[in-house]
Write a protein that binds this ligand. Structure first.
Ligand SMILES: [Zn+2]
Length: 487
């Protein structure tokens, strides 16, 4: 600008100079117009993650070296080479991912997040003893809405740190779970547990069903929260309860979250009582369908798998939990061969796992299949990643929105460091992710276009306050069980 004014003052001297100034001004204006034309060719986006290796987990399994992801609002606008996206887009905010790994956010297909506050309360026992002697009494004495809020915040904090962007939950006071999840900026499929005996929040099945209905109504259409009905299992919910839960879910087009065929006992009891496997029984009573998220599916045979595929139900494999409770080994290889949508979950985090680490579950899922089949090819690294991302999204019926990086998908992605001693050197990306990288390598987390963790600092939650409250609750839980160790 200053050079133009100087030229203008000089131009007063003569007409010739005036013409020169006019020419200069004309050129300046032309340059300005041309410049603005070329910048308007650059589309504006809210966030550009540029550089790094982008592992898309899309149908073509594209891996883009020196890649980039453009995000507008809550969705991905484009995924491609850094150079192309930097030329095509101008971003309000940028994240430099050079030297790092960019991949879809992980999906924890089954957990009970608020149980983080019971982490380690009673371990090394079988499911029945753990449930009836410890967890149910501890829950009856401690679980309140405030407890659930505190526990969910702790769970969300842990999951975000470990790269989980979506989780499926089943617990009590699920409305509080939904509020805490939304406030943390996480995506959740959240189900209010339905049981035939009094729960911490609802003392009767009809009260629980009424709670579930208002919960489903309240969260309908929320961009982050998908409310679900969650009948606990066939051994804790009667046939009328299961039927009522299913019809309520279907009235509101909500998913049904349920534990299915977790233990041999559940299978044997179902055969005795129902004359059918848990899967066949659930089909017979009309519960099995394309909205079902069945946790575990450990004790399923070929006919069960075929039925789950036919009904488009999803299964969630929980290797840590199945090992810790000695429940058995789910036939994941057969399930995948039959094209069943199998996701990955942590279950727990109390007694049946004790953490919410999907990176660890990927590693264990692959190794559990290998050892149980005595075959190192029984489940490979890429299949384990699929179960935590693209296939996991199918298992929870959200494959149109999440699970891979591509235009139109929700902007749920994580950025991992590749500099830790256990991360170098790097020959094979998929194998590195599953067998070498850890939750602690997750550096930045974006959910629905919002950065919820940046450089390992969670922006949506108060970490010290959450830790302090968890320790306070642990004191309360210990006192509540002291001297009255349940039998
Ligand atoms: Zn569970």
């Amino acid at each position: 600008m200053q050079s133009i004014f100087e030229s203008q003052s000089e131009a007063r001297a003569s007409g010739k100079q005036r013409r020169v100034v006019s020419l200069i001004l004309y050129l300046c204006v032309s340059v300005f117009i041309c410049g603005s034309t070329s910048s308007s060719a650059q589309e504006r986006v809210d966030l550009l993650i540029s550089g790094g290796t982008v592992v898309t987990m899309d149908a073509q399994r594209r891996v883009i070296e020196d890649g980039a992801v453009a995000v507008r609002g809550e969705a991905i606008l484009a995924v491609g080479k850094r150079e192309a996206l930097e030329a095509g887009y101008t971003a309000a905010r940028r994240i430099d991912a050079r030297g790092k790994l960019v991949m879809p956010g992980l999906i924890n297909g089954h957990t009970h997040a608020a149980m983080t506050l019971f982490r380690g309360i009673a371990d090394d026992m079988n499911l029945q003893d753990w449930l009836t002697k410890f967890i149910f009494p501890a829950e009856a004495r401690n679980v309140t809405e405030d407890f659930v809020t505190a526990g969910t915040r702790l769970g969300a904090l842990e999951m975000i740190h470990g790269g989980t962007t979506t989780y499926v939950d089943m617990y009590y006071f699920e409305d509080a779970v939904a509020r805490a999840t939304k406030a943390a900026g996480m995506r959740g499929v959240l189900g209010e547990t339905l049981l035939d005996f009094p729960a911490p929040d609802n003392k009767t099945v009809s009260a629980a069903l009424a709670y579930t209905e208002s919960f489903l109504k309240r969260w309908k259409g929320d961009p982050l929260i998908r409310a679900a009905a969650a009948p606990h299992a066939i051994y804790t919910a009667s046939e009328p309860t299961l039927r009522n839960a299913a019809s309520l879910a279907r009235k509101y087009q909500a998913p049904i979250v349920i534990h299915v065929s977790e233990t041999k006992k559940e299978l044997d009891d179902s055969r005795t009582k129902n004359g059918a496997s848990p899967v066949a029984y659930l089909d017979r009573i009309g519960l099995l369908g394309p909205d079902v998220i069945a946790a575990h599916c450990v004790w399923v045979d070929t006919a069960d798998i075929a039925l789950l595929v036919k009904k488009n139900a999803g299964c969630v494999h929980n290797p840590s939990s199945n090992m810790m409770l000695a429940s058995g080994v789910a036939p994941v290889g057969e399930m995948l061969a039959a094209h069943l949508a199998v996701g990955l979950g942590t279950d727990g985090p109390a007694g049946s796992n004790n953490d919410l680490d999907l990176m660890e579950e990927m590693d264990l899922a692959a190794k559990l299949q290998k050892i149980s089949r005595k075959d190192p090819q029984a489940l490979g690294a890429i299949q384990a990643i699929e179960m935590a991302t693209s296939l996991g999204a199918r298992a929870i019926h959200m494959e149109k929105e999440i699970g891979s990086l591509g235009a139109g998908k929700k902007a749920d992605l994580i950025i991992l460091d590749l500099d830790a001693p256990h991360a170098v050197p790097l020959y094979n990306l998929y194998s590195q992710i599953v067998y070498a990288l850890k939750a602690s390598d997750v550096r930045t987390v974006v959910i629905a276009g919002r950065t919820v963790m940046e450089n390992q600092r969670v922006l949506t939650l108060d970490e010290p306050a959450i830790r302090a409250k968890a320790r306070d609750y642990a004191e309360q839980v210990k006192k509540s069980l002291a001297g009255t160790t349940p039998k």
